[in-house]
Ligand binder design. Structure first.
Ligand code: PLP
Length: 361
């Protein structure tokens, strides 16, 4: 069978080895003669599996001791309201950076609970989308927290530097680039991510929260979204998505086997370099994001002649290069090249793009 490379932005991009392992133990997990989905989340075998997933993640991201790791539900959008609800006791003002679709939606949700100030938005400089640097805006020391999105999945915009919050906790939506590169977790108050890009299947949401921020929840915060309550219950206040949690654990094991985050970061850089060079070295394709803000996970590009879009999608699909259509808000193409996309997939895409240009350019 032809190799299939799936460039979909989600939900879920899992390494083949992980899926094969899950398949092999689907009906007989841990020697129990049953599926992991069917065993009690309160029984010893699953608790050991959950604890190992957390320990592996802590080791991969070098998460300091004074941070709690929660495995929740509700997705990235669930955190858009959980963060303001859990930090409301710190004050009524939150400051946001808006760099694309997702950080904009986060503002709309936070506004239900807080007074939101948008500090800056992505601007266009010389025809390219660019994120204003911290010299162009200032975090108010009175803010309850500062929020931004490290990688805008739809727009293909990534912020490589970490804003300096001083005493104001920096909260980051890392749904689409968590675990893609090395990171100093201690610079953040809260990191959250819907699991379905670099962690595992949808249904699981990761929250990494500094302990001192657990004391500020509004009284009316629903129990399953209350960080302290979930900490007290080891993320099992309600029934957790056990299969997604187990699969996330397999992904963490896989990442460790690859050499950890530093090793995958190297491959991710090479994948992005290959693809952006192919785009930049041609007048047939173009990318609209300033070089410093280009995403290494979601590479957006347009064909100079948009009439060729459907032919490009049809022929790429026929060659096993799936799901390259850009998001409807942005148009054009988007190649999502998360951790699970091998270098060969990007090479195959670049070969296809060059051949398509030769024939249609
Ligand atoms: N934030 C980012 C950066 C995303 O890419 C997404 C979804 O793709 C979300 C938030 C929303 O996540 P969910 O659909 O899990 O609520």
């Amino acid at each position: 069978m032809q190799d299939i490379f799936n460039f979909s932005a989600g939900p879920a991009k899992l390494p083949r080895q992980v899926l094969e392992k899950a398949q092999a133990e689907l009906l007989n997990w841990n020697g129990l003669g049953t599926s992991v989905m069917e065993v009690s989340h309160r029984g010893k075998p699953f608790i050991a599996c959950a604890e190992k997933a957390e320990a592996d993640l802590r080791s991969l991201m070098q998460i300091p001791e004074n941070y709690k790791v929660l495995f929740l539900q509700g997705g990235g959008r669930g955190q858009f309201f959980s963060v303001p609800m859990n930090l409301a006791g710190r004050g009524n003002l939150t400051q946001h950076l808006v760099t694309g679709q997702w950080s904009q939606i986060a503002v709309a949700e936070a506004e239900k609970y807080m007074s939101v100030e948008v500090l800056a938005k992505t601007k266009t400089v010389d025809g390219y989308l660019s994120v204003p640097t911290q010299e162009e805006w200032q975090i108010n020391p009175k803010a309850a927290y500062f929020h931004y999105c490290t990688n805008e999945t739809v727009d293909g915009i990534e912020i490589d530097w970490i804003p300096e919050g001083g005493d104001v906790p920096v909260v980051a939506d890392m749904s689409s680039n968590i675990l893609s590169k090395q990171l100093d977790v201690s610079k953040f108050g809260i990191i959250y991510a819907g699991a379905q890009k670099n962690i595992g299947p949808s249904g699981l949401t990761l929250v990494i929260v500094r302990e001192d921020l657990l004391a500020y929840a509004r009284k009316d915060t629903p129990a399953i979204f209350n960080y302290q309550q979930q900490v007290n219950n080891d993320s099992m206040y309600n029934t957790p998505p056990t299969f997604s949690w187990y699969l996330a654990g397999l992904v963490f094991e896989w990442l460790l086997e690859q050499g950890g985050v530093a090793a995958i970061e190297k491959i991710n850089k090479e994948k992005a370099r290959l693809l952006y060079s192919a785009i930049d070295n041609s007048d047939f394709y173009r990318n609209q994001v300033a070089i410093d803000n280009r995403s290494k996970m979601n590479v957006t590009f347009h064909l100079a002649n948009s009439h060729l879009d459907s032919l490009f999608l049809e022929q790429s699909f026929a060659q096993g290069l799936h799901a390259l259509k850009g998001h409807r808000f942005v148009g054009g193409m988007r190649a999502s090249i998360y951790n699970a996309m091998p270098l060969e997939g990007v090479k195959a895409l670049v070969d296809f793009m060059q051949e398509f240009e030769r024939v249609n350019g």
